[in-house]
Design a protein around this ligand. Structure first.
Ligand SMILES: *[C@@H]1O[C@H](CO)[C@@H](O)[C@H](O)[C@H]1NC(C)=O
Length: 318
C-alpha cells in the first residue's frame, strides 16, 4: 500500500473486495451428490443435537452439571455446523461463488470463536468428570450450580476478544490479484495462501494462539483422564469400574474426534498440505463430528439413552 497520498496506486496491488470460494468445483459431476450428502448430514447434525439439547433441558434425571455442559455442547455444535454448511450448500447449488471480504472475515471470526468455545467446553466437561470420579465425596460441593454456570459462561465468552484482534490482523494483510480460495469456507490456512507478502509474523501468532486455546486445554483434558483412569483402575469391583468408565467414555471419544481432526489439520507441517486433503480433513471437524457426537452420547451413555427414549415415546404416542 502507498504510504503517502501522492503516490499513484500500484496497478498490481488493486485491493481485493471479494474471494471466490472454489469449494468442491473441482469435481463438477458430483455437485448434486455432494449437495444431497451434505444436506442429509447437516439435517442429522441439527436433529441429533437439538434432541440432546431438549432432553438435557427438560428431563429431570439429567439436571446435573455433566448434562448441562452436554446441553451447552450440543447447542454449540448446532451453531458450529450452521456457520459453514448452509453456505457450502448454497455454493454447491449455484454458479456465483463469490464471498465478500466482510462475509469471509465474519465467517472466519465466528468459526474461530466457536472452535475455542468447543475446546473450553470439552475441557470443562473433563474437569467435571475428574472431580466426579477422583473426588466423589466433594463433587456436589465443588461442582455446584454457581461454578458450573461460571465455567459454561467463561467458555462462551473467552474466545470473543482474542479472535477480534486475530481476524483483524489476518484481513489487514495485503491480498492482491489471485482471489480464488480453494476451500469451502473461510478457514485460516486457505486464506493465508492468498496473502502476498510475508506471513511469518501471522504464522507465529497462530502458533501462540493455538498453544493457548488448543494445546493447553488438550493437555488439561489428557491430565484429567490420566487421573481418572488411574483412579478407575484402583476401584475394587469390576462393575464399579465399568460404571465409572461408562460416564466418561463418550466424552473421551468426542474429544478424540475433535482434537484429532483439529490437530491433524492445523499442526501438520506446511509441506504436507494439499488443498484436496485439507478440504477432506476439514469436513471432519465441520460436519462429521457434529453429526456423530449425539449418536456417541446416545449409544454410550445410559442416562441419555433412557431420557431420549422417554422423550421420543412421549411424542410418538401423542
Ligand atoms: C449451559 O450450562 C449452564 C450451566 O451449567 C446452564 O445454566 C445453561 O442453561 C446451559 N445452556 C444451554 C444452552 O444448554
Amino acid at each position: 500500500m502507498g504510504s503517502t497520498g501522492q503516490n499513484p496506486p500500484q496497478r498490481n496491488q488493486t485491493a481485493l473486495v471479494e474471494f471466490i470460494l472454489l469449494g468442491f468445483s473441482d469435481v463438477p459431476s458430483l455437485q448434486g451428490f455432494l449437495f444431497g450428502l451434505f444436506l442429509v448430514m447437516y439435517v442429522m447434525a441439527l436433529v441429533g443435537n437439538s434432541l440432546i439439547l431438549i432432553i438435557t433441558k427438560t428431563d429431570p434425571s439429567l439436571q446435573m452439571p455433566m448434562y448441562l455442559f452436554l446441553g451447552n455442547f450440543s447447542f454449540l455444535e448446532i451453531c458450529y455446523v450452521s456457520v459453514t454448511i448452509p453456505r457450502l450448500l448454497e455454493d454447491l447449488h449455484r454458479q456465483n461463488r463469490s464471498i465478500s471480504f466482510l462475509a469471509c472475515a465474519t465467517q472466519m471470526y465466528v468459526f474461530l470463536v466457536l472452535g475455542v468455545t468447543e475446546c473450553f467446553i470439552l475441557t470443562a466437561m473433563a474437569y467435571d468428570r475428574y472431580v466426579a470420579i477422583c473426588n466423589p465425596l466433594l463433587y456436589p460441593v465443588i461442582m455446584n450450580n454457581k461454578l458450573s454456570s461460571q465455567l459454561a459462561g467463561g467458555c462462551w465468552i473467552s474466545g470473543v476478544p482474542v479472535h477480534i484482534g486475530f481476524t483483524y490482523s489476518i484481513f489487514s494483510l495485503p491480498f492482491c490479484g489471485h482471489n480464488q480460495l480453494n476451500h469451502f469456507f473461510c478457514d485460516v490456512p486457505p486464506v493465508l495462501t492468498l496473502v502476498c507478502g510475508d506471513t511469518f509474523l501471522i504464522e507465529m501468532l497462530i502458533y501462540v494462539i493455538a498453544l493457548l486455546v488448543v494445546t493447553v486445554p488438550f493437555m488439561l483434558i489428557v491430565g484429567s483422564y490420566v487421573k481418572i483412569i488411574s483412579t478407575i483402575m484402583k476401584l475394587p469391583s469390576t462393575t464399579g469400574r465399568a460404571k465409572a468408565f461408562s460416564t466418561c467414555s463418550s466424552h473421551l471419544m468426542v474429544v478424540a474426534l475433535f482434537f484429532g481432526s483439529g490437530i491433524i489439520t492445523y499442526l501438520r507441517p506446511k509441506s504436507s498440505h494439499s488443498p484436496k486433503t485439507d478440504k477432506f480433513l476439514s469436513l471432519f471437524y465441520t460436519i462429521v463430528t457434529p453429526m456423530f457426537n449425539p449418536m456417541i452420547y446416545c449409544l454410550r451413555n445410559k442416562d441419555v439413552m433412557v431420557a431420549l427414549k422417554k422423550f421420543l415415546l412421549k411424542w410418538i404416542v401423542l
